[in-house]
Ligand binder design. Structure first.
Ligand code: NAP
Length: 279
C-alpha cells in the first residue's frame, strides 16, 4: 500500500483509506469484517463522523486491540462546533470509538459558529492530547483562506471534499490551493456514492480496457486515478470484506502517464464553478 505524508504532519498515511458512512446498512458482522480486512491490507486511514449514526460505534469495535495501527479521523457537525460544543462532541466520539485520541478531527462543513471558536477548541484538544491534528471538510478557497488566517501556517492538516471521476470540480481551485499550502486533500465518495460508471458507458469502457491491461478492476483504476499525485488521498466505503480487498489492491497499482491522461479525457473536469459575477 502506497503511503504519503498527510499535509503538514510527519505521518505517512495510506493513499487509500476507508469510509464508514452508512456502514450500518450491512450486517454489523460484515461491516466489522470489512474494516478489519481493510486494516490487514494496509487501509489504516479510517474516516468516520458523529453525523454517521452507528458508524463510530462499529468502527470502535472493529479497531479494538488495533488502535495503534489506525489513522483515525472523525468529524464534528457544524451545529456542535462552538468553543464548548466541539470539546463535548469530541469526548462523545472518543467514547463511541473506545479510544483516548483521534489522529485528525474535522469540521464536517461550514456552519454558523465562528470558525475562531471551532479552531480554538481544536487547538485545546490538541494540547490535551485528544487529537494529533485537525482539519476541515467541504471548504472552498474562501473558507480555506479564512481558516488559514485564523490558525496560521501548518495548523490545518486536511480538507476532505467530494472527488470522483464524475465530479472533478476541486481541480480548478481547491486542490491547487491545498497543494500550495501543504494541506492534504481527502477525496470522498470516490465511487460517486454508488454511481460508478457502468461497462457500457464510454468512460466505463476506458476503465475496463486499462484495467484489463493490468489484471486489475475498473474500480481499482478509478481509485488510482483519484490519488495520482500528492496531496490526494481517497476513502472508499465498503461494508463487504471482498469489496475492501478490491479497494486495497489499488494501493499498489501503477498506471502510465498515458493511461492517466486517457482517463482524464474520458472523465473531463468540466468548467470551473461560476462563483464570481460575470463582468
Ligand atoms: P463511495 O465510497 O463512493 O461508495 C460506496 C458504495 O460503493 C457502497 O455501496 C459500497 O458497497 C460500494 N463499493 C465499495 N467498494 C466496492 C467494490 N470494490 N466493488 C463494488 N462496490 C463497492 O461512497 P461514500 O460512502 O459516499 O463515500 C466514502 C466515504 O467518504 C464515506 O463513507 C464517508 O466516510 C466519506 N464522506 C464524507 C463526506 C463529507 O461531507 N466529508 C460526505 C460523503 C462521504 P458495500 O458497502 O456493499 O461494500
Amino acid at each position: 500500500m502506497e503511503t504519503r505524508l498527510f499535509g503538514p504532519l510527519q505521518r505517512a498515511v495510506p493513499v487509500i483509506g476507508q469510509g464508514t458512512w452508512l456502514l450500518e446498512r450491512a450486517s454489523r458482522a460484515s461491516a466489522i469484517a470489512a474494516l478489519r480486512r481493510g486494516l490487514d491490507l494496509g487501509m489504516t486511514h479510517i474516516d468516520t463522523a458523529e453525523y454517521y449514526g452507528e458508524a463510530e460505534d462499529i468502527t470502535g469495535e472493529a479497531i479494538a486491540g488495533r488502535r495503534d495501527e489506525v489513522f483515525l479521523v472523525s468529524k464534528v457537525v457544524p451545529g456542535n462546533a462552538s468553543r464548548k460544543g466541539t470539546i463535548a462532541a469530541c469526548e462523545r466520539s472518543l467514547a463511541r470509538l473506545r479510544t483516548d485520541h483521534l489522529d485528525c478531527y474535522l469540521l464536517h462543513w461550514r456552519g454558523s459558529h465562528p470558525l475562531e471558536e471551532t479552531i480554538a477548541a481544536f487547538e485545546q484538544l490538541k494540547r490535551e492530547g485528544k487529537m494529533l491534528s485537525w482539519g476541515v471538510s467541504n471548504f472552498d478557497v474562501s473558507d480555506l483562506e479564512e481558516a488559514w488566517r485564523i490558525a496560521g501556517p501548518g495548523a490545518m492538516a486536511c480538507n476532505q471534499v467530494l472527488y470522483h471521476l464524475g465530479e472533478r470540480a476541486i481541480e480548478h481551485a481547491v486542490l491547487p490551493w491545498c497543494e500550495a499550502h501543504g494541506v492534504a486533500v481527502v477525496g470522498y465518495s470516490p465511487y460517486g456514492h454508488g454511481e460508478f460508471p457502468g461497462p457500457r458507458t464510454p468512460g466505463g469502457r476506458v476503465l475496463e480496457e486499462i484495467a484489463a491491461a493490468h489484471g486489475a478492476t475498473p474500480r481499482q483504476v478509478a481509485l488510482r486515478f483519484l490519488v495520482r499525485r500528492a496531496p490526494l488521498f481517497t476513502i472508499p466505503k465498503a461494508s463487504r470484506p471482498d469489496h475492501a480487498a478490491e479497494n486495497a489492491a489499488a494501493g499498489d497499482l501503477q498506471l502510465t502517464d498515458e493511461e492517466m491522461e486517457r482517463i482524464g479525457r474520458a472523465f473531463p473536469p468540466g468548467p470551473p464553478p461560476r462563483s464570481l459575477p460575470m463582468l
